[in-house]
Design a protein around this ligand. Sequence first.
Ligand code: NAI
Length: 333
Amino acid sequence: ARAPVRVLVTGAAGQIGYALVPMIARGIMLGPDQPIILHMLDIEPAAEALKGVQMELIDAAFPLLKGVVATTDVVEACKRVNVAVMVGGFPCKEGMMRKDVLPKNVPIYRAHASALAEHAAPNCKVLVVTNPANTNAVIFKEFARSIPEKNITCLTRLDHNRTLSQIAERLNVHNSDVKNVIVWGNHSSTQYPDASHATITTTSGEKSARELIADQHWLHNEFITTVQQRGDVILKVRKLSSALSAASAACDHIRDWLHGTPKGTWVSMGVCSDGSYGIQPGLFYSFPVTCENEEWSIVQGLEIDEFSRLKMDATAQELIEEKSFAYSFINQE
Ligand code: NAI
C-alpha cells in the first residue's frame, strides 16, 4: 500500500475549506489510489467549527482518509506535510479592496511560511489561494527562504477554467474539447484571459479558437471582461465569494502539478517569473505551464501580438505595485 500523503489546508473551517477537504479526501486532488492524512488549520474563533468539519469527515467514512489533524497550532498543522493549500487569511468581503486585505495577511503569511519552512516534509509543494494570491505568494517566498521558489505557486486555475468555459459556451462545445487557453498575470480584474492559442477538438479535427470565433471584437472585449469580473458577479449573487469552483480549481492545480499535464496541453499557474515573456523576474505571474515529474515549466516561444503585449504588461504593472506595497509591510515585520 502507498504511504499516505499529508495535505495541509489552512483556513479549513472557511467556505473554500469546507468545499475542498471532502474533495481531497475523495481522491480528487491526488487520485483514487492515494491515501491521505488531512491537516486542517484555523484560528481560535473558528476552532469549534473546525472540530465540526473534522466530525463530518469522520462521518463521511472516506476510504482514502487515513487521519485528520485539526488544530489551531501552526507548528502542529505544518509538521511533515507534503502539500500545503493556503486558503486561510483575512477574506476580501464585498466592497473591500484587495489593498485593504494585504496588510492583514502579511503577518499571517509570515507565520505560516516560517512554520512550513521549518516543519514541512522536504520538497513540500505550496499553493497560495488567499487573496491577493500572487502577492501573498511573494510574501510566502520571502518568509520561507528554505523552500525552493519552484515549490511555491498561486492559484489562477479558477480563472483558467472560467476561460475554458466561456469559450466552450460561445462555441456550444463541451469544455473538455477546448484546450490551451491562457490566463496571464494577476488573479485580479487586470488578468488577461487569452484565447489566441486555444484549440477546439471538432469532428473535423483540431481547429483554432480564433478561426472558429470570427468575432474579434468579442474576443478582445466581452470575453475578457466576463472572465475578469466573474468573481465579482458571483460575490454579488451569492453574497459570498466563489468557493466550490475555487476548491475544484485547487484540486486541478495540484493534480496537474504532481501528475503532469496531458501531452500537448498546458494550464495556467501563478509561478515566480524567470523573465519569460519579458515579465519582471521575481513577480508571481500567471503563465501557461506544462508539468512533468512534479515540476512545472513555462511554455516558451508563443507568439505575442501587440494587443496581448499591452494586456500582459498592464497586469504585470499592477503586480509590481502590489509587490512594492507588500514590501512596505514586510520590511516592518
Ligand atoms: P473564509 O473567510 O470563508 O475562510 C477563511 C478562513 O481562514 C476562515 O475560516 C478563517 O477563520 C481562517 N483564518 C483567518 N486567519 C487565519 C490564520 N491566521 N490562520 C489560519 N486560518 C485563518 O474565506 P474563503 O471564502 O474560504 O476564501 C479564502 C481565501 O481565498 C480568501 O482570501 C479569498 O479571497 C481567496 N480566494 C481566492 C481565489 C483564487 O482563485 N485565488 C478564489 C476564491 C477565493
